[in-house]
Design a binder for this molecule. Sequence first.
Ligand SMILES: [Zn+2]
Length: 145
Amino acid sequence: MNPRRRPRQVVAVFDGRTHHVAWCRGFQDGLPVFGWGEAPSTLLTRSQLREAGLRPAGQDPVALLVFRHHRPYARETVAELFSTVRAALKRIPTPAQQAALGRALAARRVCRECGRDVGYCVPTSTRQCWDCFDLDHRTALGEVA
Ligand SMILES: [Zn+2]
């Protein structure tokens, strides 16, 4: 249902320490639904929290943001809204974690056939670079002796 068509009603959103009294467009799954640009400023989506250097920290969503994109094919999008009061600071990986991540990403770039680091992630299905894949296929087709 288009959130703009819903009658607006007053709701109190509890987000940890504070109660927000705001106009919402109804309820879905027991959570107040806000339209685009209508949610209280202390309620953010996951990506908005990430941009602000925060993370949900295991909290359940306190409200929903429902909106439609401008493009005609785009469906209604529902985003969970989290409280900034209950959010925690984004975790910063330790040097060891960053090194492990670097090694894992490097391993994804190595072809299992020629053993080169090809500079892009090889497909997980073949683990081959495109040169080796191409050669294998042409060999299978009898194009190369
Ligand atoms: Zn290769």
